[in-house]
Ligand binder design. Structure first.
Ligand SMILES: [Zn+2]
Length: 119
């Protein structure tokens, strides 16, 4: 079977050796520069923050609904600036979510942790 492969940079079909990934050095350099570019790093850093946030919420909320404090979240490295979605209830409460784990800021230092049930 001769499966068609495409250049990882420009997407043009490749010819020649089976382990070839780029048309030429220009495409290879372009691709590698992009991997190291600041926008790529920005995305990667934010992904890491979101993953850590989710892990912290999961760790502090093994039952699916519990209360904790901002202090405890912060101590575990939780970053309140990064979430994946917002859910507003009819009563006006705003839940912040990192993937399926969410939180609601309560009075004082308290935080309600919830988990979205997948249907
Ligand atoms: Zn190319």
């Amino acid at each position: 079977m001769n499966q068609e492969r495409n250049c990882l940079d420009c997407g043009e079909p490749l010819h020649g050796r089976a382990d070839k990934k780029f048309c030429n050095d220009l495409c290879r350099n372009n691709y590698n520069n992009q991997l190291n570019s600041s926008s790529y790093n920005l995305v990667r850093n934010i992904n890491n923050i979101l993953r850590r946030n989710r892990r912290v919420l999961e760790e502090l909320n093994p039952t699916g609904k519990t209360k904790t404090t901002r202090k405890k979240l912060a101590a575990k490295g939780f970053d309140f600036d990064h979430i994946t979605s917002i859910y507003q209830t009819k009563t006006g409460s705003t839940y912040m979510f990192c993937y399926e784990y969410g939180y609601l800021l309560l009075d004082g230092d308290e935080v309600l942790l919830v988990k979205r049930e997948e249907s």
